[in-house]
Design a protein around this ligand. Structure first.
Ligand SMILES: Cc1ncc(C[n+]2csc(CCOP(=O)(O)OP(=O)(O)O)c2C)c(N)n1
Ligand SMILES: [Mg+2]
Length: 573
């Protein structure tokens, strides 16, 4: 593989520090490009290969195309066991690369060069399929990689894969239009599919014309700009009060490009109207059929437009529109209030989000993935352009942030990329700062240092516990109750070559953002934030099972509340 890449200068090669990060970057590149481009990731055998498994899972969960070419064991076997080989006494037809099978949408092992003739077309079919896409893994045994084969020339001819905008059955479309016309309280749930189908404009028109409110999932956020008159913001566990109340009361949910994750459905408690029905527009039949929906298995953009014609003349009632407008105004006030809160160091995460949100420009891209920030950002971030909010919350994989930011920057070298990363995620995977410097890909990284896992600590407390094992403190008396570990993130990032600065207050943060934007190289602004000050949840719930038996009163109480809350979980038949 290396030999081929060296002699093929028109296929650019990027050296990464960690194979998992490399896959995150490739997936982020694809996500930022609305899945119209991707990259190929290749590795050695053994640990180099299995390091990609987490990245593959993140790509597949998020339905993002990446082509993975891990090395594999000698097909001829006579020299086995080779360095890094996992032997099996039961079969010789196995390697660590078999662990890619459940996290890949297509998997193959190329035991003979000519197998590429049949395997590569399948790989490309899956990568370019809007319904099937995800990680595609072709394992390349070490010896087979070096073999020659006389491939037919036609195989190398440029081939264009057209991505279809499939339409659904006409009768189903008519029925969907009837359902919408008969609905008093409809609500659109916009998922990532709206963005991938580049359907924002169509959705905007449809919502304006019909008056149907639109709420957004993490992957769908930014489908409409935050100031669109029908946009009611985030839905679900990390949702806004307006969206969640509308979801609770809705008689019709029009789910577009959503896979209805538990964060969207509030663990199946979000939709409480006894007669609620679902219409799902989804390119993937699997998703289209969820919640016993009237399934319009189709491309989002064409279907929204066709549905708009089919319901021409329909508009929600005045009092429903008034309610939507009221929710929107109340939420904007709440965001202003939260953004406006000021305190001495350590400042709150919400203040940091507000300052970064207000500082950035409409064309900038914000990247985040795990910890407590996704929840706050889903609610609070005012997205102005589709794609401006780049959140990996399908796998919510710590470590995606900086690597993903790099992939986004590779997709849009002229746009400013802001990576919001927690101290936990940073410590897990910060090394791609070196790659960003190497490639001249400038990232604006804002590192929120709250000395531990605030998200998981908060979750633990909400279950009646004390957040065991979530604070970065010295072990004292057998517990992490000692002083805070003095991790110097500024020095750490500087040692990798980044431009760094520490900000203690809101004012200092604003100045730091101004300075970092002017830098030519990747910058890291380190802000200490309060571990225990969190943005509340609004009108929602998440199923986190609580111990049925405990010696703690707080846990027993939490269990009682849990059992009551679970009663609201619904099945849809
Ligand atoms: C790779 C990986 N391991 C574990 C988790 C579970 N997890 C989710 S958030 C979190 C803590 C994140 O810490 P930090 O980045 O500091 O963010 P904070 O919670 O402090 O906002 C953990 C351990 C995860 N999402 N990804
Ligand atoms: Mg943290």
């Amino acid at each position: 593989m290396g030999q081929a890449l060296e002699q093929t200068p028109n296929l650019p090669y990027y050296l990464f520090r960690n194979e998992q990060a490399m896959v995150h970057a490739a997936a982020a590149f694809a996500k930022a490009s609305f899945r119209m481009r991707t990259m190929v990731c290749t590795t050695s055998i053994g640990p180099g290969a299995t390091n990609m498994v987490t990245g593959a899972a993140a790509a597949t969960v998020n339905r993002l195309p990446v082509l993975l070419l891990p090395g594999d064991l000698f097909a001829r076997r006579n020299v086995a066991p080779v360095l890094q080989q996992l032997e099996s006494p039961a079969t010789q037809d196995i390697s660590v690369n078999d662990s890619f099978k459940p996290v890949s949408r297509y998997w193959d092992r190329i035991q003979r060069p000519e197998q590429l003739l049949t395997s590569l077309p399948e790989a490309l079919r899956v990568l370019t399929s809007p319904a099937e896409t995800g990680a595609v893994t072709l394992c390349l045994p070490q010896d087979v990689q070096a073999e020659a084969f006389d491939f037919p020339e036609e195989f190398f001819r440029e081939r264009v894969w057209s991505i279809p905008r499939n339409r659904c059955d006409e009768k189903l479309l008519e029925r969907a239009a009837e359902w919408i016309r008969g609905s008093k309280r409809p609500l659109i749930v916009a998922g990532g599919g709206v963005l991938y189908s580049e359907a924002s404009e169509a959705l905007s028109l449809f919502a304006k014309e019909t008056g149907i409110p639109v709420c957004e999932t993490q992957a769908g956020k930014g489908a409409l700009p935050y100031d669109h008159p029908q946009e009611v913001g985030a839905v679900g566990v990390t949702g806004t009060p307006g969206a969640n109340i509308l979801a609770k009361e809705a008689d019709l949910i029009l789910g577009i490009g959503t896979r209805y994750s538990d964060f969207t459905t509030a663990s199946k408690t979000a939709f409480q109207n006894p007669s609620v029905r679902f219409i799902n527009i989804n390119i993937s039949e699997f998703d289209a059929y969820k919640h016993a929906a009237l399934s319009l298995t189709s491309d989002a953009r064409v279907m929204i437009t066709e549905l708009q014609h089919a319901v021409a003349g329909y508009r929600v009632e005045e009092k429903y529109q008034a309610k939507i407008t009221g929710f929107r105004a109340a939420w904007e006030k709440e965001v202003d209030r939260i953004y406006g809160l000021r305190q001495d160091s350590p400042i709150t995460q919400a203040e940091v989000i507000g300052i970064v949100n207000n500082f950035t420009e409409a064309s900038d891209i914000m990247v985040c993935a795990a910890g407590s920030m996704p929840g706050d950002l889903h609610k609070l971030w005012r997205t102005r352009q589709p794609g401006g909010y780049h959140m990996e919350y399908g796998y919510s994989c710590m470590g995606y942030e900086i690597a993903g930011g790099l992939g986004v920057k590779m997709a849009y070298p002229k746009r400013e990329v802001y990576v919001l990363v927690g101290d936990g995620s940073y410590l897990m995977m910060a090394q791609e700062i070196v790659t960003a410097l190497q490639e001249g890909c400038k990232l604006n990284i804002v590192l929120l240092d709250n000395h531990g896992f605030s998200s998981i600590g908060g979750l633990s407390q909400s279950c009646g516990n004390e957040g065991m094992g979530t604070e970065y403190r010295y072990r004292r008396g057998g517990k992490y109750k000692g002083d805070i570990l003095p991790v110097d993130f500024e020095a750490n990032a500087a040692s990798l070559g980044a431009w760094t600065v520490r900000a203690r207050t809101g004012e200092e943060l604003t100045t730091a953002l101004q300075c970092s934007r002017q830098q030519q190289r990747t910058s890291v602004v380190v802000v200490e934030t309060a571990y225990d000050q969190r943005v509340p949840g609004y009108e929602s719930w998440w199923d986190v099972p609580i111990a049925e038996v405990s010696e703690r009163e707080a846990v027993k109480d939490a269990r009682k509340n849990y059992e009551a809350a679970r009663k609201k979980e619904r099945y849809f038949f």
